[in-house]
Design a protein around this ligand. Structure first.
Ligand code: P6P
Length: 335
């Protein structure tokens, strides 16, 4: 039986994971370990992100790191760190990363999970000290344990995710995730190297007065998007666009709002990737009481065909996403 006991604010991620694991009879601890591995990589990336600026200032820092490796783009560093953490953790048999064309086999063929990840989304913002984030999605593998993971393990569809979340490297670093039983938020205390439970149960406000999109693409937007945004402006809603998906998403999750990345001339299917951006954030937002739509309906119902396929994304407060959908319906030719 699933009985959820509220965890006290301030408990560590470790204790929280152990408590949640004990509440769910089927939990075998493998998913718990996987979440720990992701949190560990997040701590390491947090340190790299915070020091990234020094590479530009001092020049000397990071010419070679302890392994004698050349200082690398943070995207690559983040990718290596997450794959290494998942390989060493032993629970993930394979990883699909934005930074890799194909599946990365970890060597843990007996691992029961696969992870789709955007190791460092919005990394171009590092140079201007704007928040960036990691986004991850976890699936139970469908191929036999002991075999090599295949495409089928990663193309199960958004509603097969068993866990999803993000790490936001912002004014504070936060880990926010769900395993399908609500959304919890943890804040990192670097002096202790620990994530502490700061938001036991996150729900998005039903309404919001904030829209997040790149209005530079206005003349590319479909008519229904322009109609919806014009209506937001008529209501004097605020435009807030950081240009870093996790930062915009996180603000809207807490204050209410909608993030839109519609099709543009440059990205005719939208810019965001389905498997490791749209799906995990959509799983999270539905768990937080919000909605996430793609081209035609909930983005979690979009059929995955390619590892790196893109999808438009309209995600946030349910009343706002519904209002956008009403604009879509109104624009459609009468049946
Ligand atoms: P644009 C960053 O490159 C990113 O993937 C998201 O983090 C962000 O929301 C979006 O692209 C910004 O794209 O076209 O508005 O610059």
């Amino acid at each position: 039986p699933e009985t959820s006991i509220a965890s006290p604010v301030g408990t560590t991620l470790e204790r929280y994971i152990m408590q949640k694991q004990s509440e769910f009879a089927f939990a075998t601890g493998e998913l718990s370990q996987l979440l720990r591995d992701i949190a560990l990589a997040g701590k390491i990336i947090n340190r790299e992100v915070n020091r990234a600026g020094l590479a530009g200032i001092t020049g000397a820092y990071g010419q070679q790191n302890v392994q004698g490796e050349e200082q690398q783009q943070l995207d690559v560093v983040a990718n290596i760190r997450f794959i290494r953490a998942l390989r060493n953790g032993g629970q993930a048999c394979a990883v699909l990363s934005e930074e890799e064309d194909d599946i990365i086999h970890t060597g843990n063929d007996h691992g029961r999970y696969v992870v789709a990840i955007d190791p460092l989304d919005g990394s171009s913002n590092i140079n201007v000290n704007v928040s960036i984030g990691t986004i991850f999605a976890i699936y139970r593998r469908v191929t036999p344990v002991g075999s090599k993971a295949t495409r089928a393990d990663f193309l199960q569809g958004g509603r097969q995710q068993v866990a999803a979340g993000y790490i936001l490297y912002g004014s504070s670093t936060m880990l926010v995730y769900t395993t399908g039983h609500g959304v919890a938020g943890f804040t990192y205390e670097p002096s202790l190297g620990e994530f502490f439970l700061s938001h036991p149960s996150i729900t998005i406000p039903t309404e919001g007065k904030t829209f997040s999109c790149n209005e530079g693409n206005w003349f590319d937007y479909p008519e229904c998007v322009r109609t919806y945004l014009t209506d937001c402006k008529r209501q004097r809603f605020a435009g807030r666009y950081v240009g870093s998906l996790v930062a915009d998403y996180h603000r809207n999750l807490f204050t209410g709002g909608i993030y839109l990345y519609p099709p543009t001339a440059k990205n005719t299917s939208g810019k965001l990737r389905l498997l490791y951006e749209c799906y995990p954030l959509a799983f999270l937002i539905e768990q937080a009481g919000g909605q996430a739509y793609g081209e035609h309906g909930p983005v979690l119902d979009v059929t995955p065909i390619d590892f790196h396929q893109r999808s438009p994304l309209y995600i946030g407060s349910p009343a706002m996403v519904t209002a956008y959908q009403d604009c879509v319906s109104a624009a459609e030719p009468a049946a």
